[in-house]
Design a binder for this molecule. Structure first.
Ligand SMILES: [Zn+2]
Length: 422
């Protein structure tokens, strides 16, 4: 094979590209400086000009602003740079514009393959690791992520064919800054995310969805938030609104914790400091699900039955509620009636209140049980979004955060460059 042909293969360049020249810049006196491979390219003479912005075939305009270079994937020990003329075309829409080149996206200093692999790495590990690996700045990696997420969102329509969705909020920054996130129950993907948590934000989602597709929605799961429910009732009146199990159990867990705090204060004021201290340590055992407890921790709960009946009752109420959510509808209805009666006369203020809330949302809760739309998907997406947030040590701009969510949880992360036949 001729050296240029080998080089073209190694660099992953397509048939419409010709290597004009190549050179290895190497500083033999400084072993710390990596060798640098410079490859000059041109497009084949008969290559049709396309607009760099929209891809529309357009007549050639002029030579543009001269040469440009793109950082490419490293080749072994060497760094690599592609160099070519940045000719312009006359696009009917965008006017005189730098022509599209097959090896890079429009208006970037990196090749498509380098951007794809950097963003791929940023998604599977994190941006700093990707930046270190390729010797780029964190900012360059961040920009590549935003650019690729926007490009992917322009290419695929994640809002098509939705039947059951979950609408939820996630925090993106301290000080009550939130995003509204929408997931598809069937694919598990995040399909939409935007800054804010208000009726206006949910309205924006329905604007993007359009009335025809909104009419196709059969189920919407959400927490009790009125800002979601009101808009869903208006814009997708045929959809059944389900209260997601995740939030319901969250309310019960919170009620258990309130009871624990009250009981702890009672013990402390009664002067039994040791008992109070022990009680404080109970927190995680009480809040965790029974099946996740160790043998010793289960013993602690059993002892509670004698040690503190009020606390034990609160714990039982929480576990009972979790269990009944898994029953078939008819059995669950009867169990829910019993649960509400029990909670209402439990003499535990947080559970008396919770019973009232559950009566208010009863229809939504029964829909959840009937259609088995447990929010496992939204929950695992929320957990993943939390990891994305902490990996970035907080996002200054929601745009970068949304880009990472869509890349990772929307299934929009680029494939490795060589996994796509070119
Ligand atoms: Zn154009």
């Amino acid at each position: 094979m001729r050296p240029n042909k080998i080089l073209k293969k190694v660099l992953g360049l397509g048939l419409d590209v010709v290597i004009v020249d190549r050179d290895l810049v190497d500083d033999e006196h400084d072993p710390d400086v990596r060798p640098h491979l410079r490859v000059e390219l041109r497009l084949r003479v008969n290559h049709r000009g396309r607009c760099g912005v929209c891809g529309q075939p357009s007549p050639w305009e002029d030579q543009g602003g001269g040469r440009r270079s793109w950082r490419h994937l490293d080749v072994g020990y060497a760094t690599c740079e592609l160099i070519a003329d940045a000719r312009r075309v006359d696009c009917p829409v965008h006017g005189a514009t730098v022509a599209a080149v097959p090896w890079a996206r429009h208006d970037t200093a990196f090749t498509r393959a380098l951007e794809d692999i950097v963003v791929h790495d940023a998604v599977v590990s994190n941006k700093q690791a990707a930046a270190d690996r390729y010797g780029l700045s964190w900012r360059a990696v961040n920009n590549a992520c935003v650019r690729l997420a926007e490009e992917a969102l322009g290419r695929v329509d994640l809002l098509d064919g939705l039947v059951a969705i979950a609408i939820d909020e996630v925090k993106y920054k301290k000080g009550h800054r939130y995003l509204t996130v929408v997931c598809d129950h069937f694919t598990g993907r995040v399909i939409w995310a935007a800054k804010g948590r208000s009726k206006k934000t949910v309205g924006e989602f329905f604007d993007a969805l359009g009335p025809l597709r909104a009419a196709q929605l059969q189920f919407v799961t959400a927490d009790g938030a009125d800002w979601i429910r009101t808009v869903v009732a208006e814009r997708a009146p045929d959809a059944i609104v389900c209260l997601d199990t995740f939030h319901l159990i969250g309310w019960a867990t919170k009620a258990v914790d309130e009871v624990r705090r009250v009981e702890w204060n009672v013990l402390r004021k009664a002067g039994s400091a040791d008992a109070a201290k022990e009680f404080k340590g109970l927190r995680w055992v009480l809040l965790r699900n029974w099946e996740n407890l160790s043998g010793r921790q289960r013993g602690v709960i059993r002892d509670l039955e004698r040690a503190n009946r009020r606390m034990f009752r609160a714990w039982q109420l929480k576990e009972e509620l979790r269990d009944l959510m898994r029953l078939p509808l008819v059995a669950a209805r009867a169990a829910l009636d019993r649960w509400l009666a029990w909670a209402s006369r439990s003499k535990l203020v947080p559970f008396v209140k919770l019973a009232r809330t559950i009566r208010h949302y009863r229809e939504s809760i029964e829909a959840t049980i009937e259609w088995k739309l447990t929010n496992g998907i939204a929950q695992s997406n929320n957990a993943a979004i939390g990891r994305i947030r902490s990996a970035a040590r907080g996002f200054q701009h929601p745009k970068a955060f949304i880009a990472m969510i869509m890349l990772e949880r929307g299934g929009l992360a680029p494939e490795l460059p060589w996994s796509v036949a070119s």
